[in-house]
Design a protein around this ligand. Structure first.
Ligand code: RP5
Length: 180
């Protein structure tokens, strides 16, 4: 096992960054997932265009602090994830925020369409994306942590069980014979 137990609790391993405090209602979904898996993380607001120097300083300092993965959410001409990726070789997960007149389609394209050379792993728009960004970060960390890997297997099992339970509530008599 690569990580010590207390590292997960004390030292932030994931940096969740967003372009504006108005993104938080979406981005808190990523933080909730990391909390569920007991992964220490930090959350802050910094903008690629309104505070470019703050963004650069944060990214440069984060690696020294032990951050291993960035999750970056932004809306509109959303370059935050790309700018962070440009400043670091750590993996960057981009969350396109649906805060915009185009409902986040602009954010999706600006986050996902990185030219070859500087990757951003882009998840879906909005709340689904924030949740999946958290889970993807857990999956990356689980590559070198067996305990986290087993927690992920448990999470998937619980998720599947919840589907069956929800189905039971609305199944018609014929479907009740189905054993999935
Ligand atoms: C982006 O502009 C932010 O990520 C946010 O989604 C959007 C609007 O920001 P505010 O005007 O609400 O601060 O940079």
């Amino acid at each position: 096992i690569y990580f010590q137990e207390d590292e997960f609790l004390n030292k932030p391993l994931v940096g969740i960054v967003m372009g504006s405090d108005s993104d938080f209602s979406i981005m808190e979904g990523a933080s909730k997932v990391l909390e569920e898996f007991n992964i220490a993380h930090e959350v802050l607001v910094t903008s690629a265009h309104r505070t470019p120097e703050r963004t650069r300083k944060y990214v440069q300092g984060a690696k020294r602090k032990g951050i291993q993965i960035f999750i970056a959410g932004a809306g509109g001409a959303a370059h935050l994830a790309g700018v962070i990726a440009a400043e670091s070789t750590l993996p960057v997960i981009g969350v396109p925020i649906n805060s915009t007149p185009l409902n986040g389609l602009d954010s999706l394209l600006s986050t996902a369409q990185m030219p070859g050379g500087i990757p951003v792993a882009t998840v879906s728009i909005g709340k689904w994306g924030a949740k999946n960004a958290g889970l993807l970060a857990v999956q990356i960390l689980a590559l070198s942590n067996d305990k986290l890997a087993s927690q992920l297997v448990k999470y998937r099992k619980q998720q599947a069980k919840a589907v069956e339970q929800k189905s039971k509530k609305l199944e018609t008599p014929h479907a009740a014979n189905f054993k999935g």
